[in-house]
Design a protein around this ligand. Structure first.
Ligand SMILES: [Zn+2]
Length: 483
């Protein structure tokens, strides 16, 4: 029996096993030289391994021989190697002329005992320009692409090129774009991006970074076509929206999210990380429009500022966020920063929440003045009790689920299910004359500790005390929950 007569799944498995072996044996590192040879200087050059060959290039190299065998194998190899495409800006401005562009020739390069190099200028946008040309010329190749990432291109000119590239890919379902495409592309282009050639986009990521001063002053980059104001920008087919990074240049704001929310009615995942230009208003607009479908909600603004600045803005209308959230019937994964929280957040025992649930809040609902009054202390106690009840309700539901709740409030981390509070209690210890807290233990959490969330070096002295003792301490004014 000829190998090509095997069922496609088996043939595909054989080819993929062969490809993985090729990948293992192929070139996995690229080289660099220690310094540029300057005129009239005789420093000896050192060759060093600069970094790994990116995965998509490894895939391409590993399928090279397979592509040559026959049409069927060629198609398989294209599908395998072109499924995910990552296009990044050339970061170094030069390359070494002596090192071959063909990675399979690297073995020869390694034999050169005294490497020399001539710096050659290389267009940083070259990879993008070439991709656009290739995809336009070969629609068959373009049709194999399912996911695309663009990294390092933010100006008006490259945004248009990115649109050109994406437009050629008829089966694209997932794309990561620079946020400036929301400004530099028109409504018609966005319509094309979102609905493609019949295959609608399912996942959209927008990455924001700061432009250089020169780029942000360039009038070409300052144009704004306001694509979201038009009905052509229709997000109704989108399942996942992720916005991350931060920028002050024509940043994504609440109005943008409200405009997206008009049509984004079937989102299953919504992630918003780091951005300080979107407030809770924009987030809730999306949550409400996709309330019936939302499964994952992650909102951690300004996380670069760390634990002590979780303030997510304040909601302009008087809607109770806690209730809106408990009424998302499919919501499972929640990590959220809200202006305020209260026991209502955990009152619906029919929620599907599972796994780690984090809520960062600036205040307690109804105690927006942020003072550590008796009423506020009561409210906190109710919140913790209700959270515990929800954890046990989830554990005892028809399909039992583990739920771990972490509440970040007033510079403390509360873990209601284990009756623990983590925080810096040094001053409280002094205030109590050393008698409080009696249950202290070293905490593995910390403002910047092992959670690793914010990567800061200055670790605070975080300790863990029992919740009951913590509340006693608050009542005796040794610790304060004023925010
Ligand atoms: Zn509330």
């Amino acid at each position: 029996m000829h190998i090509n007569s095997f069922p496609y799944e088996i043939l595909s498995q054989i080819l993929s096993a062969a490809t993985q072996l090729n990948e293992r044996d192929g070139v996995t590192f690229t080289f660099g030289l220690s310094q540029a040879p300057l005129p009239a200087q005789k420093a000896s050059l050192q060759r060093y391994v600069r970094g790994p060959v990116p995965p998509e290039m490894l895939k391409w190299d590993a399928t090279a021989s397979i592509r040559l065998v026959c049409w069927e194998w060629h198609e398989w190899a294209l599908e395998y190697a072109m499924k995910d495409i990552y296009i990044r800006r050339w970061k170094g401005s030069e390359r070494w002329a002596e090192i071959s562009q063909r990675r399979e020739k690297y073995g020869l390069y390694e034999l050169i005992e005294k490497p020399s190099g001539t710096a050659v200028y290389r267009d940083p946008f070259c990879s993008l320009t070439r991709t656009v040309k290739l995809l336009r010329k070969y629609p068959g190749v373009a049709s194999k692409i399912r996911r695309m990432w663009f990294d390092g291109f933010y100006v008006s000119e490259t945004d248009l090129q990115i649109f050109d590239a994406v437009r050629s890919c008829s089966n694209l379902t997932s794309v990561s774009l620079p946020w400036t495409t929301l400004r530099h592309l028109g409504a018609q282009e966005w319509g094309r991006l979102l609905h493609g050639n019949g295959n609608p986009l399912q996942s959209l990521e927008l990455l924001a970074v700061d432009l250089t001063a020169k780029q942000s002053e360039d009038p070409k980059n300052r144009v704004n076509f306001h694509p979201l104001n038009s009905d052509l920008a229709d997000f109704s087919q989108l399942r996942k929206l992720k916005i991350f990074g931060d920028s002050t240049f024509m940043p994504i704001n609440d109005q943008d999210l409200q405009a997206i929310a008009r049509t984004a009615t079937r989102l299953e995942e919504f992630h918003l990380t780091c951005l300080s230009t979107i407030s809770i208003d924009g987030v809730m607009a999306i949550v409400k429009s996709s309330q019936s479908t939302l499964n994952v909600l992650e909102h951690s603004p300004r996380s670069n500022d760390g634990f002590f600045h979780p303030h997510p803005g304040s909601l302009s209308d008087s809607e109770h966020i806690c209730t809106v959230l408990t009424n998302c019937p499919r919501l499972e994964t929640v990590s959220l920063s809200v202006p305020s929280m209260c026991s209502a957040l955990f009152s619906n025992e029919n929620v599907r929440w599972a796994g780690d649930l984090q809520v960062r809040a600036a205040r307690l609902c109804g105690h927006e003045d942020g003072r550590s009054t008796f009423a506020a202390q009561d409210s906190l106690q109710q919140l913790l009790d209700q959270a515990r009840r929800l954890v046990s309700a989830r554990a005892n539901s028809h399909i039992p689920k583990d739920l771990y709740i972490e509440l970040f409030f007033a510079d403390f981390i509360f873990e209601p299910h284990v009756n623990a509070v983590h925080g810096d209690f040094q001053l409280a210890g002094l205030a109590s004359g050393g008698s409080w807290p009696a249950t202290r233990a070293l905490s593995r959490k910390g403002p910047y500790g092992t959670t690793g969330l914010y990567g800061k070096d200055e670790e605070g002295l975080f300790e863990r005390v029992d919740e009951e003792e913590f509340i006693q301490g608050v009542k005796k004014h040794w610790v304060s929950i004023s925010a």
